[in-house]
Write a protein that binds this ligand. Structure first.
Ligand code: GTP
Ligand code: MG
Length: 197
């Protein structure tokens, strides 16, 4: 599934410009700078497929990648603070929400949460939207290399506690690091199982 070469399909700044639906889509959502684009690159094994940056607000459109007709990965702009004009951030926030609520072939959303910061109020807003729309999602902790190995279980337990009562949440949290590759095999496995359902 992930071994095939991944290609860029298209970039959609608005909900009107989305590419035609094909197979399942899995989207990566999360606050600006949480590591969405880096995770796309780490999962697909292509270093510069998605553009990354130290500056929050790098990804400004929905970016579609595909390796086979069955599966499309969607890199999204971040929500929350971003170094970009206010109107632009408002426009992409609208696009993100409309996409997450209404994309028919959206099989799962990975909601990325920085291991150092945990779930913030802006994340809760997105989780509320997904629960309301009954779109199934899983929490992926990013930058696990930035917390002490002994602290990680507490971070995971804290996040699991916060999603316990959420109806559309997958109960297991995935700790990952795009830098070290930790947790990537587990995440690819989860995608493979989802596709086999
Ligand atoms: P926007 O597109 O701006 O919303 O950001 P994004 O969520 O796509 O984040 P991006 O992948 O561009 O990464 C943001 C910063 O975090 C970059 O400086 C990355 O190098 C860094 N980063 C991403 N993943 C990791 C990780 O696993 N570990 C560490 N230490 N840094 C990471
Ligand atoms: Mg990005």
């Amino acid at each position: 599934l992930f071994a095939a070469p991944w290609d860029f399909i298209s970039a959609a700044p608005t909900i009107e410009t989305l590419p035609p639906m094909q197979g399942m889509e899995i989207a990566l959502a999360g606050r600006s700078n949480v590591g969405k684009s880096s995770l796309v690159n780490a999962l697909t094994g292509r270093k510069a497929l998605a553009r990354t940056s130290v500056t929050p607000g790098r990804t400004q459109e929905l970016i579609f990648f595909r390796a086979s007709p069955e599966l499309t990965l969607v890199d999204m702009p971040g929500y929350g603070f971003a170094k970009a004009p206010k109107e632009k951030v408002e426009a992409w926030t609208h696009t993100i929400r409309a996409y997450l609520r209404g994309r028919v072939n959206l099989a799962r959303v990975f909601v990325l949460i920085d291991s150092r910061h945990g779930i913030k109020p802006v994340d809760e807003e997105i989780l509320d939207l997904l629960d309301k729309a009954a779109v199934s999602y899983a929490i992926v902790l990013t930058k696990a290399d930035q917390v002490k190995p002994t602290a990680l279980p507490h971070v995971i337990a804290g996040v699991e506690d916060k999603i316990r009562k959420r109806p559309a949440a997958f109960p297991v949290v995935f700790p990952t690091s795009s830098n070290t590759g930790a947790g990537l095999a587990e995440l690819r496995g989860a995608v493979a199982r989802l596709m086999a359902e």
